[in-house]
Design a protein around this ligand. Structure first.
Ligand code: ZN
Length: 374
């Protein structure tokens, strides 16, 4: 059995977010940028895939695509009205189906393909075809609400994949660990009142969406205690992220004992991302993935799927992504991240790290109390 699969489709990189300056429309005082300018451009993803190829890692993985998700798959998460409106705009010249949720002609089909990569990755890992998998899905999914696109996300890729696996494979408990630097508000909303999917989001406090993702949002009804938000202080780097995983994420997973772990793998907590203010680097993503591989081995026979979310630094995303794939596959290529020395040297000093750890410890202690009082 080949250990790691990499799901990728060139058509996902043909999704167009149009002309913008980061995420704002061009005009007024905003001069158009040279290359389209929208933060959610294909370039970071294309360069990630290119590095997987030239590093030689691609030859040691199964690199493959998948079918788009079906109408039935979509209807498990999204209401028919939303899908109809999305399809109608997509059949024309494109449009917008929510805050910062822009697409061009044919955007619906590409979004369905993006979700299809996630679905195939989940099913194939459950079926034992691969030990683990990475789906380079684009457009991303974790901000998308059932009835509204948001934050470059047009369909809830991970929820669609999980619901398909529940319907087609009888999948039980699933944990989603979202390390995208922005709050996984869509995934949270979909599973907020359910106890069969544990949702954990590490994100920069109050970044996007604003006023979303506080520690106090911890699920409701049957889902009470099954949503965990870890709002990280701005400037969190390698030590803070690993501390949050060790102190909060791993204990929560051990307590929950999922049958499958899905990582919402945004790479935008890296130090040069234009849409956040965190300080992780490729080594951080490598070590976080190693912890996830180990806990998946411990809890669910290694069943681990990473689905790509954000990550807008064309320079750094390829190295962060390659580090994750190397950790998933256990294969170390000859690639040396040329940024590593600089980014490691720039990490916050002990005094700042101690402060960040204290904030994380406070959340960890509060969660332990919550668990004890259940
Ligand atoms: Zn993000």
């Amino acid at each position: 059995m080949t250990q790691t699969a990499f799901f990728h489709d060139e058509r996902c990189l043909w999704h167009s977010t149009g002309e913008a300056v980061l995420f704002l429309p061009v005009g007024g005082w905003l001069q158009p940028l040279a290359a389209g300018g929208h933060a959610e451009s294909p370039e970071s993803k294309r360069r990630f895939k290119a590095l997987v190829d030239v590093s030689g890692l691609a030859e040691q993985l199964v690199v493959t695509s998948a079918a788009p998700v079906s109408e039935e798959d979509l209807l498990r998460v999204h209401p028919p009205e939303y899908l109809a409106r999305f399809q109608e705009l997509s059949a024309g010249s494109g449009g917008e189906i929510g805050e910062e949720a822009v697409f061009s002609h044919g955007g619906f089909e590409i979004a369905a393909l993006s979700a299809g990569l996630a679905k195939r990755a989940v099913l194939d890992v459950l079926d034992g075809r691969f030990r683990n998998a990475y789906a380079l899905s684009r457009p991303p999914g974790h901000h998308c609400l059932p009835d509204r696109g948001m934050g470059f996300c047009l369909l809830a890729n991970i929820a669609i994949a999980i619901e398909a696996a529940k319907a087609e494979r009888g999948l039980g408990r699933v944990a989603v660990v979202d390390w995208d630097v922005h709050h996984g508000n869509g995934t949270q909303a979909i599973y907020y009142e359910r106890d069969d999917v544990l949702t954990i989001s590490l994100h920069q406090e109050n970044c996007f969406p604003v006023d979303s993702g506080s520690f106090d949002e911890h699920g409701a009804g049957a889902g009470a205690g099954h949503n965990i938000n870890i709002p990280m202080p701005p400037g969190s780097g390698h030590e803070a992220y690993l501390h949050a995983l060790r102190r909060i994420v791993l204990p929560a997973l051990r307590d929950y004992r999922p049958e499958l772990i899905v990582i919402a793998s945004g790479l935008d907590a890296n130090v040069v991302d234009p849409l956040a203010r965190q300080m992780a680097h490729a080594g951080t993503f490598r070590e976080m993935t190693e912890l996830m591989v180990d806990v998946a081995d411990e809890l669910c026979d290694g069943r681990l799927v990473a689905v790509h979310e954000g990550g807008y630094a064309e320079s750094a995303v390829p190295f962060c992504g390659l580090a994750i794939l190397e950790a998933l596959s256990g294969i170390r290529t000859e690639v040396v991240d040329p940024f590593e020395e600089t980014f490691v040297a720039q990490q916050p000093t002990a005094r700042v790290v101690d402060f960040q750890r204290t904030l994380i410890d406070e959340m960890a202690d509060a969660l332990a109390q919550r668990r004890a009082s259940r």
